[in-house]
Design a binder for this molecule. Structure first.
Ligand code: KIV
Length: 303
């Protein structure tokens, strides 16, 4: 048992503290942020507790990224996670969010082979897990699929540049868009996604200069990860930001906390206390009533 239920005042309290924050983030709100040149704040989350903290911190957008295959499930890339697993994680996050926009990542294999299946899977995220939008990787080749999803009333976020589902084609996780040809292709892809109806595009792993050009050229917001500061917003993988990845961070990651360090220390102390029998203390124990103790002839600190 863990007492982590919501107080109904939670959102009001938080919004009350920061009068600028709307009670609910919507897609038109994010578009307007671009117009006003106010940065969009986004992060990944995969479970109830961390999503709730993200929401309470006032971030705009939570992505249940397929990066969970790596940071939650321990796979070496994102390819293994399934639709059913993504739905499970998304449902937990849904229960935590009151304000942030919830975007679910279409996992590898859930949209690449057949557009009808892609739309059906996107519908599952909305219907079965409460997602408010989906994200998918790829450019021009996804135009028809994006159109069909948008026609089905499902908002779509694109993802260009270093697209982790293409790890085998790319030959590893490498910065993209460095040659004139690659730059032209990426700009064409970005226009194609905008035209098809995407409400935003994640730009991952590309030179700052290219991300800046694409951001200026598009009407829809860009959200960068390893794409420099000129995007309309930024997103990071929560485990990178918190130091929970057990590896040297990529150049673009800034670590805002050492959660691994905090957990290591806490778990070491807990272990010591259990081994020394100093946890739990008498005060951390339940007791029989005085009458029952007398009846059973045991003291309050009975062994
Ligand atoms: O899966 C993920 O976490 C992502 C972000 C890196 C944008 O796609």
């Amino acid at each position: 048992m863990s007492l982590t239920t919501f107080s109904t005042e939670r959102v009001t309290e938080r919004v009350g503290r920061d009068a600028d924050l709307p009670a609910k983030i919507t897609i038109p709100y994010l578009s307007n942020k671009k117009t006003l040149r106010r940065p969009i704040t986004a992060v990944t989350a995969y479970d109830y507790a961390s999503a709730r903290l993200v929401d309470e911190a006032g971030l705009d957008l939570v992505l249940v990224g397929d990066s969970l295959a790596m940071v939650m499930q321990g796979h070496e890339n994102t390819l293994a996670v399934t639709m059913d697993e993504m739905l499970l994680y998304t449902r937990g996050v849904r229960r935590a969010l009151r304000r942030a926009l919830l975007v679910a990542d279409m996992p590898f294999g859930s949209y690449q082979t057949d557009d009808r299946e892609g739309v059906a899977n996107a519908v599952r995220f909305v219907k079965e897990a409460g997602a408010e939008a989906v994200k998918l990787e790829g450019g021009r080749e996804r135009k028809d699929l994006v159109r069909r999803m948008v026609d089905a009333e499902i908002p779509v976020m694109g993802h260009l540049g270093l697209t982790p589902q293409s790890v085998h084609r790319m030959g590893g996780y490498k910065v993209q868009g460095k040659t004139m040809e690659a730059i032209d292709e990426l700009r064409t892809d970005a226009f194609a996604l905008e035209e098809a109806g995407c409400f935003a595009i994640v730009l991952e792993g590309m030179p700052r200069e290219l991300a800046s050009i694409v951001t200026e050229e598009l009407k829809i917001p860009t959200i960068g990860i390893g794409a420099g500061p000129d995007c309309d917003g930024q997103i990071l993988v929560l485990h990178d930001l918190m130091n929970m990845t057990f590896s040297t961070p990529a150049k673009f990651v800034r670590r805002y906390a050492d959660v691994a360090g905090v957990m290591r220390e806490a778990l070491g102390e807990y272990r010591q206390d259990v081994e020394a029998r100093t946890f739990p203390s008498d005060a951390e124990s339940y007791h029989l009533s005085r009458e029952m103790r007398e009846l059973m002839a045991v003291s309050a600190e009975a062994q």
